[in-house]
Design a protein around this ligand. Structure first.
Ligand code: TEU
Ligand code: CA
Length: 537
């Protein structure tokens, strides 16, 4: 028997860029409410909201200054309650982002913690320096050292992300009590679970220097530690198990074995995790060093995870990653075909599918031409660091353009009008000029649009036990070809994906279920970027 969170399709909203309702240029909760009917029509069963809590926006919501409030830029608590009620009317559940590795430095806990006599003094990881230098050699995810000195406290604090995102101290039982309290607060309001931000790095086993030559110094001391498993079991036992909800962990640098350890049902920790490996197949070591996308490498990684982990959280895009059609598809001539191919892939894999806003209309990477147009803290840090390393400006710009998180954060393209219908004011981040061609309004009208192909694939999945719960087996992986089979109790579907601009022979047989080309049967030949699902007998 499948759980509801295994049957439904999740749609991720990054609220700041979804829909502005009051003309201030910033997407908001009322803007989301205004589009619930379209999401229902698409077939969405769960919405994951990226953080909507008060935040100084150094990392746009991932730096939280109050876990029990709503960012006034996005709306009020009454708006949030209205969103929950309106979603429920449409049988859509809402999942929130739970960011508990760190808070904002503007959170009252941190401000108080700067005082050595405060009851909050041990809420964060404070250490004296070593001979005027940070307590250890760890580096942060956003570049630069993971420690910052605080004059008032006279000590350094640990931050695995920006200096404005101090890490919480999980050795302090009071921190655990606060986290449980926050979780209950939202679950009691009717939230159906959490996407748990960087959850596998919250527990630091030691603060010794990083030894191994990882891309990130210190990783071995906090990645997927036993202490983290213990925390997750406690949160599950004491809080989550009291509600009908689910959790998906965002788990960095994770291996299939680690994923099993977090998600096997008998361990009672998380329900599923986001892995990164398939998103790293077009890079060397770190994301700033791109290598050519190669579908075969990508398919092998997906196959490895489909095979090794019983239930995956499947995704091709989110607010941290470039747009999938620009990255794994073809955003020129085969834009539409390749977006539909990626849709076919996402919705025919085993696991829960996550669609990121705009993916369903084939939104592409940004068209910015200058660094000043970007807002992401990570992009600016890396640009600065690359400058320090002597990288020429053209190379720096190329790195940023291919990898910046702002690629996925440009405003949602609702129509071909001014600012793509996102706002009547000045958008907080530039709107892609291609909204004249790529927008929701025209795709809602066109029965053959990418959006309506998503709708069709979601419905196909909803009506198919094979797609929802069948086993996965890879059948053929070539340079540009990925063929796999889903089977359940004697029924089977074959999925054929051609990731190239050339027609290829793929001699398989079966009854045509769906194709992104207009055809009535399958003749053993795939057109450029063609995706085909066949029913085998
Ligand atoms: O992301 C964690 C994470 O690993 C990313 O920072 C990743 O390294 C980077 O984006 C890849 O480009 C989560 C959130 O999804 C992200 O938006 C936050 O900035 C980060 O945690 C800190 O909360
Ligand atoms: Ca607004």
């Amino acid at each position: 028997m499948l759980k509801w969170w295994q049957e439904r399709v999740v749609y991720q909203i990054w609220p700041r860029s979804f829909q502005d309702s009051n003309g201030d240029g910033i997407g908001d909760l009322q803007g989301i409410i205004a589009h619930l009917d379209e999401l229902k029509d698409l077939g969405v069963g769960v919405i994951w909201l990226s953080p909507v809590y008060p935040s100084p926006n150094v990392d746009f919501g991932y730096d939280i200054s109050d876990y029990k409030g709503i960012n006034p830029e996005l709306g009020t608590m009454a708006d949030m309650e209205e969103l929950l009620a309106e979603a429920e009317k449409r049988e859509i559940k809402i999942v929130m982002d739970l960011v508990i590795n760190h808070t904002s430095d503007q959170h009252a806990w941190f401000q108080s913690s700067r005082d050595k006599d405060s009851p909050y003094r041990d809420y964060y990881i404070w250490r004296p320096g070593k001979n005027g230098k940070p307590p250890n050699n760890w580096s942060s995810f956003f570049g630069g050292p993971a420690w910052t000195y605080d004059e008032r406290r006279g000590e350094y604090y640990l931050h695995l992300f920006a200096p404005n995102q101090p890490d919480l101290n999980y050795y302090n039982p009071k921190v655990m009590a606060e986290v449980k309290d926050v979780m209950r607060f939202w679950l009691d309001k009717g939230v159906a679970g959490f996407r748990c931000d960087v959850i596998n790095i919250i527990y630091k086993s030691s603060l010794a220097d990083g030894r191994r030559r990882f891309a990130l110094l210190g990783l071995e001391h906090y990645l997927s530690q036993e202490g983290c498993h213990k925390i997750l079991r406690e949160l599950r036992r004491e809080v989550l198990s009291q509600y009908d909800c689910f959790t998906v962990g965002e788990t960095v640098f994770i291996t299939p074995q680690m994923a099993r350890d977090f998600t096997l049902p008998e361990r009672e920790e998380l329900d599923m995790v986001f892995a990164f490996e398939h998103m790293e197949t077009d890079q060397y070591l770190v994301k700033w060093f791109k290598r050519r996308f190669q579908a075969g490498r990508f398919a092998r990684s997906i196959t490895k995870w489909q095979t090794a982990v019983p239930w995956n959280a499947n995704y091709l895009e989110n607010h941290d990653q470039p747009r999938s059609v620009s990255r794994f598809g073809h955003d020129g001539e085969y834009w539409e075909k390749s977006a539909k191919l990626l849709c076919t892939l996402l919705l025919t894999l085993r696991g829960t599918p996550f669609i990121y806003q705009g993916q369903e209309i084939g939104m592409t990477n940004f068209d910015f031409t200058r660094m000043e147009q970007l807002k992401d803290v990570e992009s600016h840090n890396i640009y600065r660091i690359a400058k320090g390393l002597g990288f020429p400006p053209s190379l720096r710009w190329r790195l940023i353009k291919a990898t910046s998180r702002d690629n996925a954060r440009t405003p949602m393209q609702w129509n071909s009008g001014p600012n793509a219908g996102f706002t009547t004011g000045t958008p907080w981040l530039g709107v892609n000029k291609n909204h004249v061609k790529i927008n929701m309004e025209s795709q809602m009208r066109d029965p053959n649009s990418i959006r309506n192909f998503y709708r069709k694939m979601i419905a196909l999945r909803a009506g198919s036990d094979v797609l929802k719960s069948g086993d996965f087996t890879a059948v053929e992986i070539a340079k540009d070809l990925f063929v796999y089979r889903r089977t359940k109790e004697g029924s089977s579907l074959l999925v054929l994906l051609n990731f190239s601009t050339r027609a290829v022979t793929a001699a398989y047989r079966g009854e045509l279920v769906v194709s992104n080309y207009d055809r009535t049967d399958y003749d053993g030949r795939l057109q450029p970027y063609e995706a085909v699902v066949l029913e085998e007998s």
